[in-house]
Design a protein around this ligand. Structure first.
Ligand SMILES: [Zn+2]
Length: 370
């Protein structure tokens, strides 16, 4: 099987500047590391996608927000302050304000949406089973706001685009980023066509501070939002429990036509912004679990890889994830020393309790949780 990996060099423009945790160099470093470990050709090939149109953006954003973003970045590149940026605080947390001149950051954000259009075509028209997209994972972005380093929500775009263009009716979004995907969650909170399952660090301890076990959706969408707040320091055993007790049974009952998984390396124990406990083998586990689940559900999968705030760890974790997804058989070593408390998963019992709680909130909606 040859896996397509969506990637283009210009993604490096998605860069918030010196001193900001989100830099664009990740998009140069990772493809190099990938090519060093696994040669391009028989196992994978890199595919460059076109950017998206303004009409595409309107699928997930208000026109006012699109106009605001364009004008905001245009002004910032001239070293000016966009006059309406205080009137409409659309980048309402300081983390979305680039340091210095943002260059083509907004164009790169559009390219990430373009990659999702290409991903949809490759899985639906060309019947590719596993499709990997490097870049994006902008799961905090909302129709009218950007936050958490996210401008336009590519995860939400892909799900909406698949429903609109290809009339799909059952899409599972599996968010394994360390942060809860509050943007994506809001798009589909009352939509039963999208099963949103999110494993993230306990929101009592991390941005964005939402996504507790009892947040399960609204109206017709009730039961189709599944939040698993992972305890601080959760490691491999914890993630295995969450997959086996929540993710896999609910996926098999929902029978998705497409699985969209998103998340990068920020659940690693050495990540600078989070407090989870996954070693490198945990990312391989996630990749393998998602590949096997896709096969069992008889569906296809788009994997969106973007986050990570320890640049020493990021390429190894992404490689382990990609290796697990595409079954490359590549061994990836831990790039940093493992502190004693992360040699074993010391909070697996706590995770088992959380998982029981998650299941108990959802017994009315899923047979597998009864
Ligand atoms: Zn994150």
């Amino acid at each position: 099987m040859t896996v397509s990996i969506l990637y283009r060099e210009e993604l490096r423009e998605y860069d918030f500047g010196v001193g900001h945790p989100f830099r664009g160099d990740r998009y140069e470093i990772f493809p190099k590391v990938l090519r060093e470990h696994v040669s391009e050709g028989s196992l994978y090939h890199i595919v460059a996608a076109e950017t998206c149109s303004e009409e595409d953006l309107r699928l997930i954003c208000s026109q006012a927000y699109i106009d605001f973003s364009r004008e905001y970045f245009r002004a910032a590149n001239l070293g000016e302050t966009y006059e309406r940026s205080m009137e409409f605080p659309r980048f309402h947390s300081l983390d979305n304000l680039p340091r210095g001149r943002p260059g083509k950051l907004e164009e790169a954000a559009r390219m990430m949406i373009g990659q999702m259009k290409k991903a949809a075509a490759l899985i639906i028209e060309d019947h590719e089973e596993i499709l990997i997209s490097i870049g994006g994972n902008l799961h905090h972005a909302k129709p009218d706001y950007g936050e958490g380093f996210c401008i336009y929500n590519d995860n939400a775009f892909l799900a909406k685009y698949l429903m609109k263009e290809y009339e799909l009716e059952r899409i599972m979004i599996l968010d394994t980023d360390a942060h809860q995907g509050n943007g994506t969650s809001e798009y589909f909170y009352s939509d039963p066509r999208v099963l949103f399952v999110d494993l993230h660090q306990d929101p009592a301890t991390l941005y964005p501070g939402v996504g507790f076990a009892n947040d399960i959706g609204l109206g017709e969408g009730k039961g189709f939002t599944v939040n698993v707040p992972m305890p601080v320091y959760a490691g491999v055993d914890s993630y295995r429990i969450a997959f086996e007790q929540v993710v896999e049974p609910v996926a098999k009952e929902f029978k998705p036509q497409v699985i969209i998984r998103n998340g990068g390396s920020d659940a690693h124990f050495a990540d600078g912004l989070t407090n989870l406990g996954l070693p490198i083998e945990g990312f391989k586990l996630i990749g393998e679990k998602v590949r096997l689940l896709t096969q069992e559900c008889g569906c296809c999968e788009v994997d969106i890889i973007g986050s990570g705030y320890n640049i020493q760890v990021l390429p190894s974790a992404w490689l382990a994830l990609v290796g697990g997804l595409a079954n490359f058989g590549v061994e990836v070593e831990e790039p940093v020393p493992v502190p004693d408390r992360f040699v074993q998963d010391l909070v697996a019992d706590d995770t088992a309790k959380v998982v029981q709680q998650v299941r108990s909130y959802l017994t009315d909606y899923w047979n597998c949780f009864r």
